[in-house]
Design a binder for this molecule. Sequence first.
Ligand code: ATP
Ligand code: MG
Length: 214
Amino acid sequence: RRPGTPRGHRYRLGVMGGTFDPIHHGHLVAASEVASRFGLDEVVFVPTGVPWQKKHRDVSTAEDRYLMTTIATASNPRFTVSRVDIERGGDTYTVDTLKDLRAERGDDVDLFFITGADALAQILTWRGADELFELAHFVGVTRPGVELHSPAVGHLPPDKITLMEVPALAISSTACRARTQEGEPIWYLVPDGIVQYIAKRGLYAHPGDPSDAS
Ligand code: ATP
Ligand code: MG
């Protein structure tokens, strides 16, 4: 039990896993909406180690993604960032993320794993899928262009999953990277501090471009 937590209250911890390359307002709105709906005490953002689904492209370093996640969440007292997936190294599997958080936070914590509709649809293909639903409740949120009630989701245990509509933000990290590479703005798609961090570090620039445009 955490200091200040009333006896009998189980601490409600949201878990938002992602590559966060970069983190954008779609991630932040999803976390905020689920926190409000489920009365979460905290949402921990967990940047992945090496994302095994994304080996076909160069992913920014774990430290850049960790720092961007920290910058973007700093102003919200209920948002935190965990390094468990980064420290474990290697491929990140959600089952490991949840086990590590459970070990770190203790048994009187309820975990709520927050995921967009696209990631939720793939859940059955994740390693350890059978164990996942014993570790956490899963909350799938709407994402523009993705069917929330996909056939795959119909096969998941209904008492372990909540599907939830959130304000639609047609933002993806892929589009943010492409826009940066093309010299198009990403202002207002990501927090101001992230625009500045990307420029400062020269992330997503065309190879050979001068790293700092400003
Ligand atoms: P990429 O384009 O590189 O895959 P992404 O925008 O999908 O990036 P991820 O880091 O892959 O971001 O996503 C982390 C989690 O956030 C996933 O569960 C994903 O479904 C969810 N998510 C991302 N963008 C949105 C959005 N605009 N609305 C709702 N959920 C989102
Ligand atoms: Mg994605």
